[in-house]
Design a protein around this ligand. Sequence first.
Ligand code: ZN
Length: 260
Amino acid sequence: MISLKGISLFIIVLLLMGWKSSCLLTTPEKETDPLMLSCQKFATLYQSIGDSTITPDSAATAFKELFRELRQQTYTFRPACLQEVDSGFIFPVRGYYPQSSIGGRGKGYRPDGFDFFDSRVRKSHPAHDLFIRDRNNDAIDDVRCEHVDVLAFTGGFVLGTRENWTPDSQWRGGNCIWVYNPCLESLFYYAHNHTIDVKPGQWIKPGEILGKMGRTGFNAYPPRSTTHLHFMQLKITEEGLPVPVDPYRQLLEARVVDWE
Ligand SMILES: [Zn+2]
């Protein structure tokens, strides 16, 4: 015969088990944050495109799905984002004036043939290279004798970063940063950095320090290359696909942030 004490003990054990399992279900972990999940999806997709382990069609489908979610996740941030955009853009290279820093007076921008989903396509350059004074190509400013800050052109959400580039790596962008701006519905790409100071999942303000300029990347590393920041804007279409847009005029009009 089961005693009353035994039944009570059984009930207590059941309650404790229930409490434990409900804790396991409700304990928030980083991976359950929808925005962090989007960062993870982007990292996986970007890696697969770079490694050519996904077909361009499949990559485009995954990208559209990711940005459909990201638009919803960042919708509430749009009013604050619009205010920031209204107050203007920041030139991404600290202490440099656009006219002297933008390569080829804007003629370096060549969007034809660009395909975000096919890493084998290499002829286009839908970006501006922003140069610094660095005659000996050591990534250190010749006048200031220090690394140059990469500043956020506009605010947004750090969707992805890639670090720990080494000279034997095939990564073209080297240490790079992807920022999504929800009201411009654009991705901003900052490549060839020396170091990166932001993390995926972080919200940043215009002019915030993203990292230091460098010479990382397959083509940026060799001595023939002049130290520069590769800066690209990709507008996300209604359909959710990335299309290059030329930010030259905005770069020319951007506010210059002086050395500290
Ligand atoms: Zn470039």
